[in-house]
Design a protein around this ligand. Structure first.
Ligand SMILES: Cc1ncc(COP(=O)(O)O)c(C=O)c1O
Length: 394
C-alpha cells in the first residue's frame, strides 16, 4: 500500500495492508521465537538478534501506532502503560527538572512521588490547563521535560497542547503527552508540537480489556529517543508476542470503537447534565466545561468516551449508585468495549485528591439507550438512599 496516500482508517483496518510473505495470510502470524538465526558470515538477515530488543509482532503494532500518531522517530511497545511512562522519566538523569500536570493518571503521580524523587528528579506539579502557571514553572535551560495528559484523569481538564509545546520549546524543554484517553483518533499531539507520546495500550488501543501493554512514540530519532530505545532493550519491559498480536487485532477496529464510545459519552453527558441527583457532569464535550473551547479546537471528531459524575448526595450517594448499576460493570480501567464505572477515590486510596462524590465512567460500545436507562435507575436509587440517610452534600 506504499505510495497510495491512504487514510489512517484504511491503513489501520488492514494492519498496514501487510500480507505474510511466507503463507499469504491476511491476518499476521504471531512471532514467538525469542532468538533469530545468525548467518555463517556472522550477520543477521533482518537485523534481529533477540526478542528483548526486536520482535516482528511488536514491530507490526509499532508501525501501526507510529502511523496513527505521525511519529517520525518511531514507536516502542512496552509491557504496560506504566512501563512506557516510567521509561521516559528513567531516560532522564538525576537532577533533571520536570514539570508534570497536577491532574493526571494517579499511577504516574504515585510513581513519581515514590521513585521519581529518589531517582533524583526535581518534579514540579502544576495545573497545565493554566498557561501562566506552566510558564512560571518552566525553568529555561533547566527544565528537561513537561508531562501532560489531556483530557486528564479523572476530572477531564483540558490542556492546550500547542501552547504548552511553544512555552516548553522556547525554554529548551521537550513535551511528552499521555494520549491514552483521546487516542490518535481524537488528538494527535505530535502534529501539535509534542516531542513524545505515551500510551497505556491496555485501554482504547487494544480495546477489549484483555491485554496489558504500553507504548512510547517519538516525533524524531534523536539522542533522547535512542536512550529510551536502549532502556527498553536493556531493561526488558516488553510485552509478550501474543499481547502484541492482540494489540494489532484490537487496533484494526480503533476508529469504530472510539467514534462510537465518544458519541455515546456525549449523549450520556448531555442527558444527565441537569439531573437532580448530580452536582456536576464532567465532560469536555459539554459547553459548560471550562476546557470546552480548547477541546473543540484541539480534538478531532469527538471529545472521548470518558466522563465523570459528581453526586449531589455526596459519597454515600456515589456508593449507592455504584451498587445499583446492572449494565455498567463495577471495575477499574477504561477504553474497553464494555462500559465501566468506578468510585475513583477508593481505587486511588487515602492520598487521592479525587472528591469522594465522584464516579468515573468509561463508556463502551453498547446501546446508549441501555446505558442511560441503567444510570437513571442507579441515580434514583442513590437519591432515595441519600434522602433516607440525610447524607451530607460535601
Ligand atoms: C491515562 C493513563 N495512563 C497510563 C496508565 C497506565 O497504564 P497501564 O495500566 O497499562 O500500566 C493508565 C492506566 O489506567 C491510564 O489511564
Amino acid at each position: 500500500m506504499k505510495g497510495q496516500n491512504l487514510s489512517p482508517e484504511t491503513l489501520v483496518a488492514q494492519a498496514m495492508g501487510e500480507i505474510d510473505p511466507t503463507s499469504g495470510a491476511v491476518t499476521p502470524p504471531i512471532s514467538l521465537s525469542t532468538t533469530f538465526e545468525q548467518a555463517a558470515d556472522g550477520s543477521y538477515h533482518q537485523g534481529r538478534v533477540y526478542s528483548r530488543a526486536d520482535n516482528p509482532t511488536y514491530e507490526q503494532a509499532e508501525r501501526m501506532l507510529a502511523m496513527l500518531e505521525g511519529a517520525g522517530g518511531g514507536c516502542l511497545l512496552f509491557g504496560s502503560g506504566m512501563a512506557a511512562a516510567t521509561a521516559v522519566f528513567q531516560a532522564l538523569v538525576p537532577g533533571d527538572h520536570v514539570v508534570v500536570a497536577r491532574v493526571l493518571y494517579w499511577g504516574v503521580r504515585k510513581w513519581l512521588a515514590e521513585f521519581g524523587l529518589s531517582w533524583g528528579l526535581d518534579v514540579a506539579f502544576v495545573d497545565t490547563a493554566d498557561l501562566d502557571a506552566v510558564k512560571a514553572a518552566i525553568r529555561p535551560g533547566v527544565t528537561r521535560l513537561v508531562w501532560v495528559e489531556t483530557p486528564a484523569n479523572p476530572t477531564w481538564e483540558i490542556t492546550d497542547l500547542a501552547a504548552v509545546c511553544d512555552l516548553a520549546h522556547a525554554a529548551g524543554a521537550r513535551v511528552a503527552v499521555d494520549n491514552t484517553v483521546p487516542t490518535p483518533v481524537l488528538t494527535r499531539p505530535i502534529a501539535l508540537g509534542a516531542d513524545l507520546v505515551v500510551h497505556s495500550a491496555t485501554k482504547y488501543l487494544n480495546g477489549h480489556s484483555d491485554v496489558l501493554a504500553g507504548a512510547v512514540l517519538s516525533a524524531r530519532n534523536d539522542p533522547f529517543w535512542q536512550r529510551i530505545r536502549s532502556w527498553r532493550r536493556t531493561g526488558g519491559a516488553v510485552p509478550g508476542p501474543f499481547e502484541a498480536w492482540l494489540l494489532v487485532r484490537g487496533m484494526r477496529t480503533l476508529f469504530l470503537r472510539v467514534e462510537r464510545a465518544s458519541r455515546s459519552a456525549s449523549t450520556v453527558a448531555q442527558h444527565f447534565e441537569k439531573h437532580p441527583a448530580l452536582r456536576a457532569v464532567l465532560y469536555p464535550g459539554l459547553p459548560s466545561h471550562p476546557g470546552h473551547a480548547i477541546a473543540a479546537r484541539q480534538m478531532t471528531g469527538g471529545f472521548g468516551g470518558m466522563l465523570s459524575i459528581r453526586m449531589a448526595g455526596g459519597a454515600a450517594a456515589a456508593q449507592a449508585a455504584l451498587a445499583a448499576v446492572k449494565v455498567f460493570k463495577r471495575a477499574t480501567s477504561l477504553g474497553g468495549v464494555e462500559s465501566l464505572i468506578e468510585h475513583r477515590s477508593s481505587v486511588e486510596g487515602p492520598s487521592s485528591p479525587v472528591p469522594d462524590d465522584l464516579l468515573r465512567l468509561s463508556i463502551g460500545i453498547e446501546s446508549v439507550g441501555d446505558l442511560i436507562a441503567d444510570l437513571e435507575v442507579a441515580l434514583d436509587a442513590a437519591r432515595s438512599t441519600a434522602s433516607g440517610s440525610g447524607a451530607p452534600d460535601k
